[in-house]
Design a protein. Structure first.
Length: 398
């Protein structure tokens, strides 16, 4: 079996923080699938990763000869065929961005790709380069993934007589899905309903939309298009053009728009995100590579929340808020629009969410899902705590 090594492009990885604090670039979900899962389905190859040292244990790299592929590259139809024709003496580029090439026995050989004969990809690749690209590209990626996953397969039938369907040919339902008294409108784009999911009474869903395995849409939810709910998540209220990676909850009323929510997050009841400034100006968000705010050029941009972060009831997030990993946000008023990792507090101010206290919560959350808080997870989060110390400026003044 061919080996594929998905590598973190150093010119891109930092721009995808806080999500890449806890995962390689290729482990990011856009559309129905993670980038790594897209390559796996297209190639049938064994997938491994070349990423930060502290992530490598959870996301191992193969020591065998491999085809190295840029982990930010979201493939389209025909891309795998191009790579199959790539010679071992060649490296595939898009402009100056390295896309792929063959390497030898160790990951250090990745640097030798720059010395190979340059071959240019004949079309513009879909590259995930900024956090907001995740929701920007989500509609097109749902469409691509839908075709990839459902080609040649037959959808399960909707058994419930009270569920109303528009564009039935664009809806695919996996085994074990339960749908009761919902409205599914796939006229503007496909709707994918994963295994053992549940769509409860009164839910309104427009495509493109993806509900991944084991997830639930709560009663009366309004799911607008271009949205993905990752596996084992619970969602209610109103959601528009957002991506929830997985194992996260937004179970209650409140609006989430043009946002990306990591894994193991929880949004308290009536949490709301602003995705449009009152003056309609382009939204700026915190840029980890710059150490300041960068202009997205977007009129609509909501919340970017890293893994394991949570917020209390009635939390209000300003337009373009970035929340790091392991933060706990609560209280009235708008908290700042950059909240560092392992912050504890809100608009009234922050203290540090200590690792022992954080782990107490993480163990409880994992336990509720039948998962174990492993030493591997503990080491990664402890490392992220150290890496993000400089952003918790209150520690320097206390």
């Amino acid at each position: 079996m061919m080996q594929v090594l998905l590598f973190d492009d150093p010119a891109i990885r930092g721009s995808l923080l806080p999500f890449t604090f806890t995962r390689p670039v290729a482990d990011i979900r856009v559309g129905i699938l993670k980038i790594s899962e897209k390559w796996k389905k297209l190639s049938g190859a064994e997938i491994s990763y070349l990423t930060q040292d502290y992530l490598q244990k959870k996301f191992p790299a193969t020591s065998l000869k491999a085809l190295a592929i840029n982990g930010a590259w979201m493939p389209q139809k025909g891309d795998w065929e191009i790579l199959q024709n790539l010679k071992e003496t060649e490296a595939l580029f898009s402009g100056k961005t390295l896309l792929a090439g063959y390497i030898g026995e160790t990951e250090k050989n990745l640097s030798t790709l720059a010395e190979k004969d340059v071959v240019q990809l004949p079309h513009e690749p879909a590259l995930l380069q900024k956090t907001w690209n995740i929701f920007q590209f989500n509609a097109s990626e749902i469409r691509k993934d839908f075709e990839l996953i459902t080609h040649g397969r037959v959808s399960q039938k909707i058994q419930d007589q009270h569920t109303i369907v528009y564009g039935a040919e664009n809806i695919f339902i996996e085994e074990g899905a339960k749908i009761k008294a919902a409205v599914l409108n796939a006229e503007a784009g496909p709707i994918y309903i994963g295994k053992n999911t549940e769509i409860q009474e009164g839910s309104l869903i427009r495509g493109p939309f993806a509900l991944c395995e084991g997830s639930t849409i709560n009663m009366g939810a309004k799911l607008r298009g271009d949205t993905t709910v990752g596996p084992y998540s619970k969602v209610g209220g109103e959601v528009s053009n957002s991506v929830i990676f997985g194992y996260s909850n937004k179970g209650h009323e409140g609006f989430l728009g043009n946002s990306v929510i990591g894994e193991w997050c929880n949004l308290g009841a009536d949490t709301n995100t602003s995705n449009l400034k009152n003056n309609y100006a382009p939204v700026k968000v915190w840029d980890y590579t710059k150490g300041g705010f960068s202009n997205t050029g977007l009129q609509f941009c909501g919340l970017m929340m890293g893994d394991h972060s949570k917020c209390g009831i009635n939390t209000m997030f300003n337009t373009g808020t970035v929340v790091g990993v392991g933060a706990n946000i609560f209280g009235d008023g708008f908290p700042r629009n950059f909240i560092p990792s392992f912050s504890w507090g809100g608009a009234a101010g922050f203290t540090t969410f200590s690792i022992p206290k954080f782990e107490e919560t993480a163990k409880a959350v994992f336990g509720r899902r039948g998962k174990e808080w492993t030493e591997e997870e503990k080491e990664i989060l402890a490392r992220v705590f150290e890496l993000t110390k400089s952003y918790r400026i209150w520690d320097k003044t206390s």
